[in-house]
Design a protein around this ligand. Structure first.
Ligand SMILES: Nc1nc2c(c(=O)[nH]1)N[C@H]1C(S)=C(S)[C@@H](COP(=O)(O)O)O[C@H]1N2
Ligand SMILES: [Mo]
Length: 337
């Protein structure tokens, strides 16, 4: 059941909490959000290399990551004149429903996620399917720093320095067949370490699934990230491997990926299947197509507070129109939101 609320006239945090609001209204049907286990803070061990970002907590990177960092291309893509969001905000204001629906839940609970060893399956319509240990999967690719805007469908945004590699390069290696038209990504399903998957009111049909058209996935902006702020990904940000598609709303950027399948049909994705009138398959950032419950014309850039809300205009394709608009020529973006 969808509960409609009055459309706010501007971006106010108190009114715009769509994904979590949607869930918490459902949760009212039950008692409280039970089953959320406390965990240690992830990735806070000592002894790692000092980060290039002074405010970033050092991680406890696995050896393969530290090796890759040595040959990383720093600032391969950057955002001009927009400061990078403080590490603290990027790691303590998260959406990762496997660990709870409040913004602070992932940081508090994701310590239980075991990211080593990690294996990844690539299958479906590819000439070279395989199951890889993460370090073997990552080995062939050039690590690059990509400083991108991240725009959540909830109308807040950040600027985050990711470390990752080109998804197009991965596709070249696995060789999609002529039948492959879409990618389907799947997050880990492990109720033992993911309290959100144990919650009896969770309406998400786990595992979390996302998808892209093959030509979108081939766009040079699309990356698989293994790090941020000069270090490995903190668990709450989707360790050890996540998708980043900066011209789309944040929910497309699926975390903690265990499977990538090349498929002929458009995959059924998590938020689209939950509320198809609110969250589309494309989910391209578009200030001219409002969410049914709030405007998408503006966004709160974090850090954002009561006295300095830091509201700015949302840009078409999140500011990446030059790079991606041609993917959608001839497509009605009002219908294909
Ligand atoms: N598996 C999984 N991936 C996910 C989500 C989630 O709940 N589960 N939330 C999405 C949403 S709504 C956003 S805005 C981004 C947030 O990424 P960040 O926490 O690193 O900023 O992750 C996306 N990826
Ligand atoms: Mo989001």
């Amino acid at each position: 059941m969808l509960i409609k609320i009055a459309r706010p006239s501007d971006c106010q945090a108190s009114e715009i909490t769509p994904e979590s609001l949607y869930l918490s209204r459902r949760a009212v049907l039950g008692a409280s959000l039970a089953g959320i286990a406390a965990g240690a803070l992830p990735g806070m061990a000592l002894g790692a290399e000092p980060s290039r970002y002074a405010d970033a907590a050092p991680g406890a990177a696995p050896g393969w990551f530290t090796d890759k960092l040595g040959t990383a291309r720093w600032q391969a893509i950057t955002v001009k004149d927009e400061p990078i969001t403080p590490f603290k905000d990027a790691t303590h204001y998260n959406n990762f429903y496997e660990f709870g629906t409040d913004k602070g839940d992932p940081a508090a609970n994701a310590g239980s996620l075991k990211t080593e060893p990690w294996s990844l399956v690539v299958d479906g319509e590819v000439a070279k399917p395989g199951r890889y240990a993460l370090e073997d999967f990552v080995k062939p690719y050039q690590l690059e720093e990509r400083i991108y805007r991240l725009r959540c469908v909830e109308a807040w945004s950040m600027v985050i320095p990711w470390l990752g590699f080109s998804l197009a390069e991965v596709l070249k290696q696995v060789e999609p067949t002529s039948k492959a038209r879409y990618l389907r990504f799947e997050t880990l399903q492990d109720p033992k370490s993911m309290p959100g998957q144990r919650s009896s009111f969770a309406l998400i049909d786990w595992p979390y699934v996302e998808g892209l058209r093959l030509d979108e996935a081939m766009n040079p902006l699309a990356i698989l990230a293994v790090g941020m702020y000069g270090r490995e990904l903190p668990n709450q940000n989707g360790a050890p491997l996540r998708l980043i598609v900066p011209w789309k709303y944040g929910f497309k950027s699926i975390k903690s990926i265990v499977r990538i399948s090349l498929v002929a049909e458009r995959p059924t994705t998590t938020w689209e299947s939950l509320a198809p009138t609110e969250y589309g398959f494309y989910a391209n950032v578009n200030p001219t197509v409002d969410h049914p419950r709030w405007t998408q014309a503006r966004e709160r850039r974090l850090p954002s507070g009561l006295f300095s809300p830091n509201v700015r205009d949302t840009l078409m394709f999140n500011g990446y129109a030059d790079e991606v608009a041609s993917l959608y020529s001839g497509l009605d973006l009002r219908k294909n939101y």
